[in-house]
Design a protein around this ligand. Structure first.
Ligand SMILES: [Zn+2]
Length: 404
């Protein structure tokens, strides 16, 4: 471009320029709960801590939670997220994404199985579907297609077969993605085996939750038949290594899945099970944790950059628009410091990025051609005001959740 015709000229001579990172699984509604639910396994983590706090959000605290998470993500190079909300207040998440400029595939979480869902979050199937349809009609494909809807039943344990089947049909009717947790934890699988006499992935497959439009999150405990189902249905898997270790869920068979050709992308999951949204730290973990079992070359730094970018775009069926730097694609671009002390010498750029860097190295974040962060300064979020609002918002949520 002619320098004289550009609105802004950025000196990128000391930056590594990449497509923005794509997180295919996170929960902005939980950012406010960071540090509130440490050292628990999945089901008690949900039942004792996360569900009461999610139910205690009001519209104002939901906004603070989302803004805190988005600010952290933009400062650490994430430009697109697939987000699962709580049952209520998803308009606030979309509106925060609209205002801050991040790209989002989001959806309210759906839970209608009375025996496993506490009363304060339980929905009936019809009202859950009606609210979801209202959100789709309000937000899907708005803001130059930057805001899109991903249908989000929480997990098989919390959903009736009617909700699963009808939500899959609704997603396909409106051209939305499907996004749910699957086979994260052995107790979760045992519940489905007892209730449905079926392996979890087989059960989800039966009700429509597999295919090129579907992201199954975690997939830690799979048998060979389930791996083959994911492979043959072209279902994407979102790998969240920090969450899997922090909740003691296990090590997902990612190398097996990659060898089968399954599309595997990455996510940080919610702040209370990570406890951050730094994609570069997640990439480092994804590169390291499979080596002891599968060998040092089982997954390379270059493989992990692929998972964090174009594989994420593919999971969301957006590979023609984002996930790589090509003429004609959206300008979702990040710049990383090329010569920091901790990442020099600069011999192999993939090695620098995955094994040596963290989110603090990100100097530029652009989404759809808009500069959202430059030289560590957020352009669409008042960082100081956001930080000042965090503790009061948390106090409000904790005080309401103590009465449940
Ligand atoms: Zn999750």
């Amino acid at each position: 471009m002619d320098k004289k015709k550009a609105d802004i000229v950025i000196d990128c001579s000391n930056l590594i320029i990449l497509p923005g990172f794509i997180q295919t699984h996170t929960h902005l509604c939980q950012t406010l709960f960071r540090g509130q639910a440490d050292d628990l396994q999945l089901l008690p983590w949900l039942q004792q801590k996360i569900w009461p706090m999610e139910a205690s959000h009001d519209a104002a605290t939901m906004r603070i939670s989302a803004r805190l998470g988005i600010a952290e993500m933009l400062k650490s190079g994430t430009t697109t997220i697939q987000d699962m909300g709580s049952v209520h207040h998803y308009d606030e998440i979309f509106d925060e994404a609209k205002q801050t400029g991040i790209r989002i595939n989001g959806g309210k979480c759906m839970m209608d199985f009375a025996e496993t869902v506490p009363d304060y979050l339980l929905e009936d199937c019809r009202s859950s579907l009606q609210e979801t349809e209202r959100l789709i009609k309000t937000w899907h494909n708005t803001e130059n297609h930057r805001l899109r809807y991903s249908m989000a039943p929480r997990f098989a344990v919390s959903c009736t077969t009617k909700l699963l089947a009808e939500s899959a049909a609704m997603a396909r009717h409106y051209g939305c993605n499907l996004h749910t947790h699957a086979s994260e934890n052995r107790d979760e699988i045992a519940l489905i085996e007892k209730r449905e006499n079926s392996r979890n992935i087989d059960f989800l497959h039966k009700y429509g939750f597999t295919g090129e439009d579907t992201t199954l999150v975690h997939c830690v405990w799979l048998n060979e038949h389930e791996k083959a189902t994911l492979q043959h249905t072209h279902t994407s898997v979102a790998h969240c290594p920090a969450s899997n270790m922090k909740l003691a869920s296990g090590f997902a068979p990612i190398i097996d899945l990659l060898q089968r050709g399954v599309n595997v992308s990455l996510g940080t999951d919610g702040a209370p099970c990570n406890n951050n949204h730094d994609m570069l730290l997640e990439m480092r973990l994804a590169a390291l944790i499979h080596k002891p079992a599968y060998g040092a070359d089982a997954i390379t730094a270059k493989d992990v950059v692929h998972m964090a970018t174009i594989a994420g775009a593919k999971a969301l069926n957006l590979e023609k628009e984002i996930g790589s730097l090509e003429v004609g694609k959206k300008a979702d671009i990040i710049g990383l410091s090329a010569s920091a002390l901790h990442s020099m010498p600069a011999d192999d750029v993939y090695s620098q990025i995955v094994y040596s860097m963290s989110g603090h190295d990100v100097q530029l974040t652009m989404v759809d051609g808009e500069i959202l962060m430059l030289d560590r300064e957020l352009k669409t979020i008042d960082e100081e005001a956001t930080l000042a609002a965090v503790q009061p918002a948390l106090r409000d949520v904790v005080s309401r959740s103590s009465t449940l």
